[in-house]
Design a protein around this ligand. Structure first.
Ligand code: HAM
Length: 422
């Protein structure tokens, strides 16, 4: 029996937790700014929610935590957010809402059985959005904008936006045939996985981690877009230009999941601290997923940010500046504790973050604790204070110390706070 975390999982200790909270709070702010509402779907779903017929993605074919209990239905731990959100969108008929598109955001744990390394875990957190309902280049650009301006507002600078189009159904089907025909001549040169992809999803050969540097991949034909798909992509780029979002078109960007159509994008880190896991977030449009999951024929687009990868980059760029402090520390120099307890509770009721001594330690030890906790006010309660119904109040910013009537304590602290910020 080993009392350690399972490989690929990790504990978030308080310091890291504070950092994650900061990233997540800012993300929630961006959900509000762009009119998204938060949703939470179950951690596990019927396997079919994630696994579609002929799926070729690594995530579905190799990395899912799939199980059944008592030989009942096959269940899978959520490996990504989109499929669960779409399942929920269809199950609850959210498409009946006259106000389209439906904009949903989520912050959830995901599970993939990958080889763990820095920035790649088996349990990780994604912050994502899905905008479902209408298909318009303006929506694609706005979805990219939400993610881009979120990371910029955090203060990150070493990032790059990559975009591409996988075309509409017509251009993509034609391209798949072109690629299969082309790669058939190079079948022997392809890795084991790409040999499988050749007939099922040849697009994935283009971004294969093993094959992507081979000459045959570099020289593969590019997609010939239908006029409609080309115009759509031009408009997406135009709107990104209007918002002054810098981007690079990367015609080898195909993304790892099977459901994408038209616009796809990734935001990658250019900071070496990110190592080989440089993709901070990725997403794209999916024309067919809602219908495949039993809903009407409507399109959606979204992305998901890997919080762990974002935290690695944020740490490397030194944007975390989280100083924990408290408002008040109550020092008690008496045996009895009722008096300080009632003071601490009154302060908390008045929104002052308050801690106190529990053990009756020496004055010096208690002052040391208040210093460590960076208390703005130190309240000292000795025998005299209890007898006279007072508190000795020390303002650690001005260093001033005074005796305050117990009943007037909160008013006096409010006053000192006000004076200081004036
Ligand atoms: P994805 O590219 O598979 O897309 O994952 C999105 C992000 O999740 C990645 O860019 C990465 O930051 C993070 N991530 C993925 N796997 C791991 C891992 N093993 N450890 C740590 N972080 C990881 C999706 O999941 C799509 N559902 C995104 C989307 C939403 N597309 C449309 N809507």
């Amino acid at each position: 029996m080993s009392y350690q975390t399972v490989k690929g999982t990790y504990d978030l200790l308080p310091d890291q937790m504070a950092r994650f909270n900061m990233l997540e709070e800012m993300f929630r702010h961006f959900l509000d700014l762009y009119g998204y509402s938060e949703i939470k779907t179950p951690v596990f779903e019927y396997t079919g929610v994630f696994k579609k017929e002929n799926d070729t993605s690594d995530m579905v074919t190799k990395e899912m935590y799939t199980f059944s209990v008592n030989d009942k239905d096959s269940l899978t731990l959520r490996p990504e957010g989109t499929a669960g959100v779409i399942r929920s969108f269809v199950e609850h008929k959210l498409y009946a809402d006259p106000e389209m598109p439906i904009k949903l955001g989520y912050i959830e744990e995901m599970f993939r059985h990958e080889n763990p390394q820095k920035g790649r875990q088996r349990q990780f957190t994604q912050m994502g959005i899905e905008c479902i309902g209408d298909k318009d280049p303006l929506i694609d650009a706005e979805v990219i904008a939400l993610g881009y301006f979120y990371v910029k507002t955090l203060g990150l600078s070493s990032i790059k936006v990559l975009i591409n189009t996988l075309g509409d159904n017509e251009s993509r089907l034609r391209y798949k045939d072109d690629l299969t025909a082309y790669f058939k001549d190079y079948e022997d040169e392809l890795c084991f996985d790409c040999k499988n992809r050749l007939y099922k999803n040849p697009l994935r050969i283009l971004d294969c981690k093993i094959d992507h540097d081979k000459e045959c991949v570099k020289n593969a034909p590019s997609m010939k877009l239908t006029d409609e798909a080309a115009e759509y992509f031009e408009k997406v780029k135009h709107y990104l230009d209007v918002m002054e979002i810098p981007y690079t078109v990367d015609d080898r960007l195909v993304r790892g999941l099977d459901y994408y159509t038209d616009t796809v994008f990734e935001v990658v880190s250019t900071n070496e601290a990110s190592g080989s896991q440089a993709t901070i977030f990725g997403g794209g449009r999916y024309d067919n997923l809602v219908k495949e999951m039993g809903g009407p024929e409507i399109s959606g687009i979204g992305f998901a940010i890997g919080v762990e990868r974002l935290a690695i980059l944020a740490e490397a760029e030194g944007i975390f500046n989280i100083e924990k402090s408290i408002d008040a520390y109550v020092i008690n120099l008496n045996e009895e504790k009722d008096y300080v307890l009632s003071i601490a509770e009154e302060l908390r009721n008045n929104s002052y973050i308050t801690e106190m001594d529990y053990y009756g330690r020496s004055l010096k030890a208690q002052f040391r604790s208040s210093d460590r906790k960076k208390a703005r006010f130190v309240l000292i309660v000795g025998e005299d204070e209890v007898k006279n119904n007072t508190v000795t109040l020390k303002d650690t910013l001005t260093k001033a110390q005074e005796s305050v009537d117990r009943e007037e304590l909160v008013d006096r602290m409010d006053q000192l706070m006000e004076d200081y910020y004036e």
